[in-house]
Design a protein. Structure first.
Length: 136
């Protein structure tokens, strides 16, 4: 699947699971129009929702992230891999922000153990994605 765009992976897995765009949208808390744009590579899911999307579609976060990135608005005619470095940068930035948030919230006593560990787990997963070598 590494030669497919994120949109094609989302569409294929959704169809394999017998879900409509509206059903996937309901599980993700977005509109069916958003799902349609993802599947046509006109936009991408919010970085913080990628782990939930991967779980819902029963694929790994890495599989979604390492897909061939088509430039938004260009469909499959986009340059291969153009958006991936920016996506990696965002993943690392969000991971660092989660680490800072957990630290501050722990210091203030406003976070429970389960929430803190969940945030750290997502942050570590995003750091791992950002550290993956570029695909060729």
């Amino acid at each position: 699947m590494s030669e497919q765009t994120m949109g094609k992976i989302i569409a294929a897995r959704r169809k394999e699971m017998g879900m409509t765009q509206a059903e996937l949208a309901g599980k993700m808390g977005v509109t069916d129009k958003a799902v349609s744009k993802w599947e046509r590579d006109l936009s991408y899911p919010d970085i913080t929702s990628v782990p939930k999307l991967a779980e819902t579609l029963d694929v790994s976060v890495e599989e979604l992230m390492m897909s061939t990135a088509a430039s938004a608005g260009e469909g499959n005619r986009g340059k291969k891999g153009k958006a991936l470095p920016a996506f990696r940068l965002v993943a690392v930035c969000v991971a660092l922000a989660m680490g800072v948030a957990v630290t501050v919230l722990t210091r203030l006593g406003d976070v429970d153990v389960v929430s803190g560990m969940s945030m750290l787990g997502i942050g570590l997963a995003l750091l791992a994605v950002g550290a993956l070598p570029p695909s060729k």
